[in-house]
Design a protein around this ligand. Structure first.
Ligand code: DGY
Length: 371
């Protein structure tokens, strides 16, 4: 009733002193009512609709970065998470024990607007009985599309062709020697990590009549071996035989800097490396050396050890052998919107004691049941 009166008074804008006082009073009540929302949530930065509107229906929401496109600073994050029931973060936010301490004992869920959760100390969260959720396979097909775009762009010199034309350097029309590249069809693609995205890339590769080999750091993917007729090989064979080595494993202790000098020197001189997973899977210093010394032909990279690239990163001067993208694997309107919906649902479901759509640490249920 008070709330209806509040809305009414707001709409009619009372001008007399009593009305004004009453409005102030009820506004105060209005704020109290908002505070009575069941949960308090920290969203690290604005993401696509409908995430915040969905969460706001049930929770009080505070955005940590005070608007704009930049990620929240560490201090904004540490301050804003205080006393929150849930955090909605992105992969730019390092969510470690310090952030969990700053949030305090009410924290029940960290919902990431991402599929990779390597920016979250999931072990620490599990220990504390905090759920970590992700956007699972929502971005699978979009990321596979970008991997394939990089395969084509590097080998067929798409960016150089575009620049030649737009910079008005295309002088003689058709030219027998102009921008010769390498074929994609009938070559061998090596997939490191035949999980969801790796499998989606394998399906695309099949359409290009590519020979598909893969290596998984954990278990084999028998289903995909049958579906796309791919062969599991050891790491050594993978790097030696691939014309395109496409990385799709998650970042962890096993995969960190897995692509290093040792593996790069084994690759074919004509091979390309494609990375749409995480930058830290490649030792970037070794990759730069490999490109400079022509151990391999080129690289198509959507992710880097440090994002954004620092202006003095040598990769920026290697335009002839690299195609560089700003971590846009999942960046389509539809995928990012679906990711927003899933991130919000994950968060709300956990708060409402229901199952999230994608848990990164489902084992938390045992910890919670035992306390
Ligand atoms: C993810 O979600 O892990 C991607 O890298 C970015 O969308």
């Amino acid at each position: 009733m008070i709330f209806v009166l509040f809305i009414h008074l707001k709409l009619t804008k009372p001008t007399c002193a009593i009305g004004f006082q009453l409005t102030r009073y009820i506004e105060a009540c209005g704020i109290t009512l908002m505070k009575l929302k069941k949960w308090n949530v920290c969203v690290s930065r604005r993401i696509l609709d409908p995430a915040i509107s969905m969460i706001s229906k049930e929770c009080s929401v505070i955005v940590a970065n005070h608007g704009g496109n930049r990620p929240a600073t560490r201090s904004e994050l540490l301050k804003t998470v205080h006393d929150k029931d849930a955090i909605l973060c992105t992969l730019s936010d390092k969510i470690d024990a310090k952030v969990m301490d700053a949030a305090g004992p009410k924290l029940k869920v960290i919902s990431s607007y991402s599929t990779g959760v390597d920016h979250i100390d999931t072990k620490e969260a599990t220990k504390r009985g905090i759920y970590v959720t992700s956007t699972g396979d929502i971005l699978t097909e979009s990321t596979a599309d970008i991997a394939f775009a990089l395969i084509l762009a590097t080998s067929r010199r798409i960016i150089q062709g575009h620049e030649l034309v737009t910079h008005k350097h295309w002088k003689y029309g058709w030219d027998p020697h102009l921008l010769l590249g390498s074929d994609v069809h009938n070559t061998t693609i090596g997939i490191l990590g035949l999980g969801r995205i790796g499998s989606a890339v394998a399906r695309r590769a099949k359409g290009f009549d590519m020979n598909i080999i893969y290596h998984n750091l954990h278990s084999r993917n028998i289903l995909m071996e049958e579906q796309v007729r791919t062969k599991h090989v050891n790491m050594d064979e993978l790097v030696r035989e691939s014309d395109f080595l496409s990385l799709h494993c998650s970042l962890n202790n096993k995969s960190y800097h897995l692509i290093n000098k040792e593996n790069l020197t084994k690759m074919k001189k004509s091979a390309y490396i494609i990375n749409t997973a995480r930058g830290q899977i490649i030792n970037e210093v070794h990759l730069i050396k490999a490109l400079k010394q022509r151990w391999i032909a080129g690289a198509g990279l959507d992710v880097f050890e440090k994002e954004p690239l620092s202006p003095d990163n040598p990769l920026l001067k290697m335009k002839n052998v690299v195609v560089l993208l700003p971590h846009i694997g999942s960046a389509t309107f539809l995928t990012r919107t679906k990711m927003a919906e899933v991130a919000a649902k994950n968060l709300l479901n956990v708060l409402n004691r229901k199952s999230a759509i994608y848990f990164a640490n489902p084992e938390v249920i045992n910890i919670r049941n035992n306390t």
